[in-house]
Design a protein around this ligand. Structure first.
Ligand code: SF4
Length: 528
């Protein structure tokens, strides 16, 4: 039995996360995305979702998928009665003299992730990101004040706590980076035994072929279910590529789907770094048969009303267009999203850049099983196939990658011209070196140093989003409200943002042609 709520003794191990990380946003992952925006803008929209949703015993009804994995590992080792996952508002009911360890899951605690960094500096007002504010609020919870046990934080955002020098501020004993399966249990034993442990621990890579990855025991936020781990395509800015690539067996996946649906979720969120890698063949060739079998199994499980997918790459769709032809009838029926009355499915796809030079040096594998030199064709054909099958992807694109020059940014703008007729949502980002990525020592790209073409890249993206999604009461449209703050760019970022701001507010392009802007730059090959 789980430790009793209001048991003044408390529970031995208490797991928690900030209110934004803990909320299920009524099963809407897109609303969670808003928490990366400034607090005074996003807070108005999402405050109503941040209240605790608890089971009868006071523990969390839904919790982040990673925290549920940690819970499953700890329950196996220490017993169900000694481990609880609770909303921050419930901490005082479970932390007591018996509590020896509080574990905190962190996603974006200092607002240093890609979207937070790009948009907080871009918008320039509204305070710190909501995620950052909520982490601070969690750590200032009175239960921590006199807590004498150990505090450990883990999850994709631990490096932010270290870099923002918040570990001592909040009295966190250990920051654990990386996957939990190999090293978490020995680490917890050492902490509970009072042994010395490094302040920053980088866990060994999990190999699911060797290390047991447990099935979650209670429902995860959004009905999350991991189908693959790792990628292996080798993009140098990316962290999933550093993990062991693995596809989980279908019965393991369905057990987790059952936990979610039986626990009250109406949807399944398929967590993957690239859905098309599921049981793929050597050379990153997609396995259509296995994909269709997997999604048929999920869709036919009683109670599954919606299926959402996190990430996918675009090249496999071009390599085998029949994949979407066969998946779409299954997935459109479980979509729940509409644009101008038409049902669509969505997925996050990394387009990243239009520069084949940058693609070749930093992310050659992204085009596999096709050739990176055909990147523009792969992108445009892939988008065409997606749109034809009712998929409107959310496409991340990046500027400020190491060695990127104006010619590279120009090629990105060229690619965007070719993408103009497709329905997608553009997510322009500034490059940030991530802790575990191969480019971890590269220079961060800040708004203060981007050139006119890079401004244009950002403005064009948001202008397109307005053109595509305007007028719809879709989830996307709600978010576009934030983009209106572009109007402040002229004031905030000075004359270099002028063209971008003009374009964003819809002034005709002939007034500020890109060629003219390019012409402002001296080409040293021809200058005397
Ligand atoms: S394709 Fe995506 S997940 Fe795979 S290595 Fe590249 S960026 Fe990472």
């Amino acid at each position: 039995m789980i430790g009793e709520a209001d048991d003044k003794e408390g529970v031995k191990i208490v797991l928690t996360a900030s209110r934004t990380d803990m909320s299920d946003f009524e099963d809407d992952a897109f609303t969670a995305f808003l928490c990366t925006f400034p607090r005074f803008l996003a807070g108005i929209r999402v405050e109503k979702y941040l209240k605790p949703s608890a089971d009868e015993d006071g523990t969390c009804r839904f919790a982040p998928y990673g925290l549920r994995k940690v819970e499953a590992l700890l329950v196996e080792e220490f017993g169900r009665e000694n481990v609880v996952v609770v909303h921050p508002a419930m901490l005082n009911r479970f932390v007591g003299p018996k509590t020896q360890l509080i574990g905190i899951s962190v996603h974006d605690p200092a607002g240093l992730a890609y979207v937070s960094m790009t948009y907080n500096s871009l918008i320039g007002f509204g305070g710190t990101s909501l995620n950052q504010h909520e982490f601070k609020r969690l750590m200032e919870n009175p239960v921590f004040r006199n807590f004498e046990g150990k505090i450990i934080a883990g999850g994709p955002g631990v490096w932010q706590i270290r870099d923002a020098k918040l570990q001592d501020t909040y009295g966190i004993d250990v920051l654990m980076a990386g996957e939990a399966e190999s090293d978490l249990i020995p680490l917890v034993h050492r902490l509970l035994n009072g042994e010395r442990v490094d302040e920053y621990v980088h866990a060994r890579k999990t190999d699911p072929r060797r290390d047991r990855v447990p099935v979650i025991l209670k429902p995860s936020t959004f009905g999350s279910v991991e189908i693959t781990r790792g990628c292996g395509r080798g993009c140098r800015f990316c962290t999933p590529t550093m993990r062991q690539a693995y596809s989980f067996p279908i019965d393991h996946i369905m057990k987790e789907a059952k936990v979610n649906i039986d626990g009250g979720s109406k949807s399944i969120f398929v967590v993957t770094d690239d859905v098309f890698l599921y049981q793929s063949f050597p050379g990153f060739r997609p396995n259509r048969e296995k994909l269709v079998k997997l999604f048929n199994s999920i869709a036919s499980y009683p109670g599954v009303q919606r299926i959402n997918i996190s990430h996918g790459s675009i090249a496999p769709i071009v390599y085998d267009p029949k994949i979407l032809a066969e998946l779409s009838p299954i997935l459109l029926e479980k979509s729940g999203r509409k644009l101008r009355g038409k049902t669509f499915q969505t997925i996050e796809v990394g387009i990243e850049t239009g520069s084949t030079r940058i693609m070749t040096s930093h992310m050659k594998g992204k085009a596999l099983p096709l050739d990176v030199k055909d990147w523009h064709e792969i992108v445009t054909q892939g988008l065409g196939i997606m749109n034809d099958n009712g998929w409107y992807p959310l496409c991340t694109m990046m500027t400020g990658l190491p060695e990127e020059n104006e010619e590279d940014t120009s090629q990105t703008l060229e690619l965007m011209d070719k993408m103009k007729s497709y329905t997608l949502f553009y997510v322009p980002l500034l490059f940030i070196p991530l802790e575990d990525a191969m480019l971890r020592n590269a220079k961060r790209c800040g708004l203060g140093h981007i050139n006119d073409l890079q401004w244009e890249f950002i403005a064009t993206s948001w202008r397109r989003n307005l053109d595509i999604w305007d007028g719809e009461k879709s989830q996307y449209y709600r978010m576009l409200g934030f983009a209106l703050y572009w109007a402040f760019l002229r004031w905030k970022h000075g004359s270099r943002a002028t063209r971008a701001a003009m374009k964003f507010v819809g002034m005709p392009e002939f007034l500020f042609p890109r060629e003219k802007l390019l012409g402002l730059r001296c080409d040293h090959r021809f200058c005397a």
